[in-house]
Design a binder for this molecule. Structure first.
Ligand code: ZN
Length: 684
């Protein structure tokens, strides 16, 4: 592994932070932490931690010997000085004299001794850092180290690979007991440069920041070299003969199969993140894939990201999605049964009972294609794939030099159900649309933008599809929550299909489709150019059918229902003079919505329409508002608020109606009017 430390850069960091009143010790610690954090083969997503022992001042200008240690939940790659809260060292050292310290008491002790009471919770490995005497301490879960410690005979192997300068600490769950065990190993031979933690990772330490970092890189490199030199080629399974289905064809099947069925048509859905590389596919071709996957995660804290084990599937044969679907459903059911078994047989530990987390896998291995990470959010799905990649690297190395033998399920259970680990995931309370994906056509218009924003605020991941791709991207960016913008001409079947493919490529599937794109032409019906009427039918009717067909195709693969929403118009029920070209296809679309409600209710698809009127948009432009209001002798304000309630109806109000329908679990075949009250257009 390349050593990236640069004294020049380190001094730059020191000088930069000095201006903000950050000490040299802490600045160097931040610099080193970032270097370690930027390398996924060392640490990932909140894993690992670092510290330095230094002197800090409190508000009374009193100086304290303190441990600045990574705060729980901070990502090392992006750490800032405030991510390394200072804890008074003396009370931490005193704790070593205790025989036992409960996790909650350990957290309380650490918090009670923070120099800044508003600082984040110090890492669960704080005491381990404190009990080691060195000024700088680094800890990672390096994949190459894991290849060596995730073995049955790990201790002998460590001696062979690393020599005598690395102490060996048998596995103990992180917390007080591990801190004491590690300190005891260190005390037996204080000449060591680091400690290797069985089935977990490595600590290196030194009096100066650079040396602690150098030692980390040196030992990780030794591990890499050991694996490279001693690794044997691995047996591969017979390659699948024939063509494979594409990842985008199977993602909705996987997404549907792992959605957690809460009954009564409700599902906790996941976002799916696909990842592939030669390295990944090479690993997935191993003959012993199932055994390796069932062995467990490579270091304990990965269990909160990808559960104890990964799900292995058959290669998907091209053109035979039904067989793949059957395979996936069966394998997921087996996975769930195994997980429930694992929970039941370990729940008695500690003498109390817990409530089971959802039993769904977070990582699927599909030979020939790649890996699929599942998460309740886009971010979590990506984390699952990232974690999957480092798990693969550690497991592959372990298999090459021996046999991958990570932590036992009972030990993984303790970590998965450890309150201090679950706390890392807290704060992510599900919102109404968490895990759901929404696509809206005409997404860059006024109604589209307001709807994208509202759905994103309710935690949906949004695909903004619009004929103007650049505008769609801008609207997506403004909507937030990972929304994407895609170019889409709904009157072109290929273009429409590509927008749906983009939704699958990014999020794995779709749950809510809002067919919103439209365009209006005026003219007396008797004189109307037929070409124009047909053009209007293309966008205001046939395009809705194209969009709905694509949606239903995906809903059928997922088997978790879905919501179809159509933007019809007041014109669909109450024709306006010279507006036939617009109203006629919209009337057909209203019935299209009902047809979908009728035919797909049995697979849980709800189809509803929103009937809006007089919304400032690309269809009713400011210019049109000016000309129409003056033609009627009204002010613009009077014209726009000319309804029973007397207020202008805005795009946001239409967005609310769409959201209502997305959430209304027992409503289908309905039309919701958003026009401020217009009795002539009221549905009878
Ligand atoms: Zn650790």
């Amino acid at each position: 592994m390349e050593n990236l430390w640069s004294d020049v850069e380190a001094e730059k960091a020191v000088a930069g932070y000095a201006q903000k009143g950050v000490s040299r010790d802490l600045a160097l610690c931040v610099y080193g932490t970032r270097l370690l954090g930027a390398e996924p083969r060392l640490v990932l997503h909140g894993g690992g931690n670092t510290s330095c022992k230094t002197v800090v001042k409190d508000l009374l200008d009193e100086s304290w010997d303190a441990l600045c240690v990574k705060g729980s939940g901070w990502d090392m790659a992006a750490i800032e000085p405030q991510g390394l809260p200072a804890v008074k060292l003396a009370p931490l050292l005193k704790a070593r004299g205790l025989r036992r310290l409960a996790d909650e008491d350990m957290v309380a002790l650490q918090r009670a001794n923070l120099v800044d009471p508003n600082a984040p919770n110090p890492s669960v490995e704080t005491l381990l850092h404190a009990f080691l005497p060195h000024k700088f301490v680094d800890h990672t879960h390096a994949t190459a180290i894991l290849s060596i410690v995730d073995q049955q005979d790990s201790q002998a192997l460590c001696e062979k690979a690393f020599g005598a300068k690395l102490g060996f600490v048998p596995y103990v769950m992180p917390g007080f007991a591990l801190a004491k065990a590690a300190a005891d190993v260190f005390d037996k031979d204080p000449s060591v440069e680091g400690l290797v933690l069985d089935k977990h990772g490595i600590f290196t330490f030194a009096e100066d920041a650079r040396q602690a970092y150098d030692r980390m890189i040196r030992y990780v490199t030794m591990a890499e070299d050991y694996v490279a030199k001693n690794g044997k080629p691995l047996a591969r399974s017979a390659a699948f003969a024939g063509d494979l289905a594409k990842p985008s064809e199977i993602a909705p099947i996987l997404r549907g199969a792992v959605a957690f069925d809460r009954g009564e048509g409700r599902f906790d859905r996941f976002i799916v993140n696909f990842r592939a590389s030669d390295k990944i596919r090479d690993f997935l071709a191993l003959g012993d894939l199932e055994r390796i996957a069932r062995a467990g995660v490579s270091t304990p804290d990965l269990v909160i990201r990808i559960k104890p084990t990964a799900l292995v599937l058959d290669p998907p044969k091209a053109g035979d999605l039904d067989s793949f679907d059957a395979n996936v459903r069966r394998r997921v059911a087996e996975y769930v049964a195994r997980y429930m078994d694992y929970f039941a047989s370990n729940d008695g530990r500690g003498g109390f009972s817990r409530s089971m987390l959802d039993p769904m896998p977070r990582l699927a291995l599909v030979p020939g294609l790649g890996i699929f990470g599942f998460g309740r959010t886009f971010k979590d799905a990506k984390i699952a794939s990232d974690v999957g990649e480092v798990w693969i690297e550690a497991a592959r190395g372990a298999e090459a030099i021996g046999r991958f033998h990570p932590l036992a399920p009972s030990d993984l259970f303790d970590v998965e159900y450890w309150s201090l680990e679950q706390a890392k995931l807290a704060g992510a309370k599900p919102k109404p649309l968490t895990g759901q994906v929404m696509l809206i056509t005409g997404g860059a218009g006024a109604i589209g933008a307001a709807t994208a924003k509202l759905f994103a605020a309710n935690a949906a991941h949004v695909v903004v599809a619009d004929v103007d791709g650049d505008k769609a991207k801008a609207v997506a960016k403004a909507a937030g929550n990972g929304a994407i913008g895609v170019p889409c001409d709904v009157t072109d079947r290929t273009s429409a299909r590509l927008a749906f493919e983009a939704a699958i490529a990014t999020f794995g599937g779709l749950d809510i489709v809002i067919s919103n794109a439209g365009a209006a032409w005026e003219g007396a019906i008797g004189d109307l150019d037929e070409a124009l009427l047909r053009k209007s039918f293309e966008i205001n009717f046939f395009a809705h059918q194209t969009v709905a067909q694509n949606a239903v195709r995906i809903f059928k693969l997922q088997k978790t229902g879905g919501a179809l929403l159509f933007n019809t118009s007041k014109q669909a029920v109450n024709p306006g003079a010279n507006f036939g070209a617009y109203g006629l296809p919209k009337a057909a679309t209203l019935f299209l919505s009902r047809q979908y409600a009728l035919e797909y209710g049995k697979i849980g698809v709800r189809s509803n329409a929103v009937n809006a009127d007089r919304i400032r948009s690309g269809i009713l432009t400011d210019q049109m508002i000016a000309s129409r209001s003056s033609a009627r002798g009204l002010s613009e304000r009077e014209y726009m608020s000319g309804n029973l309630l007397g207020f202008e109806v805005k795009a946001e109000h239409v967005a609310e109606a769409f959201l209502h329908h997305a959430l209304a679990e027992r409503t289908t075949g309905d039309v919701t009017t958003v026009d401020g009250g217009n009795i002539a257009a009221a549905l009878r």
